[in-house]
Design a protein around this ligand. Structure first.
Ligand SMILES: NC(=O)c1ccc[n+]([C@@H]2O[C@H](COP(=O)([O-])OP(=O)(O)OC[C@H]3O[C@@H](n4cnc5c(N)ncnc54)[C@H](O)[C@@H]3O)[C@@H](O)[C@H]2O)c1
Length: 272
């Protein structure tokens, strides 16, 4: 593996699409909790670009995340990070969603802020769900600034309060945007940038499972209201990630890019 490494966490629909965009001429380190899916993804990427290494990881486990960051730094200069691993409301309980989508992102931001190369860039995949559910300001402040090890002890995240997976997902995804915004200084101190992307309804296995669930009708209604009236593709998200991870975004950090075909604009417009 050569000197400059792009780390992609999550080898699902978006992770693979981002890896395909970044792979030509670059070394990739791909990480996921699912061994079979990871092997499949590495095989398909091997046909398109430069060297691909893989690493099993559970993003909700601090030691596992630290081991990935150490492995990346051992392989070379970590110039790009795309964090795409996540669980959706049809896939998991509220508690598992908070561990993976909320704690997992905070752990990845902490671990990689220590290893990013100067001039490097990271992107975290949040969700439009985080834009559709405003939280009280004191909860937003707590999600942005509570030390990572104490995050899941916040009273409003307690299992008896936060038992609905859809609610847990929206809070976690809102937290992703807030944590990224709060990370700009630590990343900037290393000369690195960090941003998030909030996708709308995207046609990956996760997106299709949500569309097939009991919330599918609401999602279809939102797509009908939206400007572009279609689902997004994994490549729509990969294009945004390539921009944020590349030289054209060299003055963009600590912010969120909504890539949703206009769904949030339509929903918020219909409420005002
Ligand atoms: N698909 C959509 O419609 C949509 C919309 C908005 C946001 N998102 C977000 O985009 C991101 C990527 O989603 P996708 O559509 O590519 O989904 P996907 O299911 O195709 O990929 C997600 C990957 O995360 C991995 N993963 C799950 N738990 C993990 C853990 N504990 N540690 C490491 N890896 C783990 C899974 O194995 C899977 O490969 C997710 O964060 C998701 O919440 C998706």
């Amino acid at each position: 593996v050569s000197d400059s490494i792009a780390v992609i966490i999550g080898a699902g629909g978006m992770g693979l699409a981002i890896a395909r965009r970044l792979a030509p001429g670059r070394s990739i380190l791909l990480a996921d909790v699912n061994k079979d899916l990871l092997a499949e993804a590495v095989k398909s990427l091997g046909e398109t670009g430069g060297p691909v290494a893989s690493h099993l990881i559970d993003v909700s486990d601090a030691d596992s995340v630290a081991a990935l960051a150490a492995e990346a730094a051992r392989l070379g200069a970590v110039t790009q990070l795309a964090h795409t691993a996540g669980l959706s409301p049809v896939q998991a309980s509220a508690a598992a969603i908070l561990r993976v989508d909320l704690l997992g992102v905070a752990l990845v931001l902490d671990a990689f802020e220590k290893v990013m190369a100067p001039g490097g860039a990271g992107v975290v995949i949040a969700s439009m769900a985080g834009h559709l559910m405003p939280l009280p300001p004191e909860q937003e402040r707590a999600l942005a600034s509570t030390p990572t090890a104490d995050l899941l002890d916040l009273p409003f995240l307690a299992p008896d309060v936060m038992s609905d997976p859809g609610m847990a997902y929206a809070v976690a995804k809102r937290a992703n945007v807030l944590r990224v915004r709060a990370s700009f200084a630590a990343w900037g101190a290393r000369g690195a940038r960090i941003n998030s992307i909030s996708p709308g309804v995207i046609s990956t296995s996760m997106g299709e499972a949500e569309l097939a669930s009991s919330t599918g009708d609401v999602m279809r209604m939102m797509l009908d209201m939206s400007a572009l009236k279609r689902k997004g593709t994994a490549d729509d998200i990969a294009a945004a990630a390539a921009f944020l991870l590349g030289p054209d975004a060299s003055y963009v950090t600590g912010t969120d890019l909504l890539v949703d075909g206009g769904v949030v604009a339509a929903v918020i417009g219909s409420q005002s």
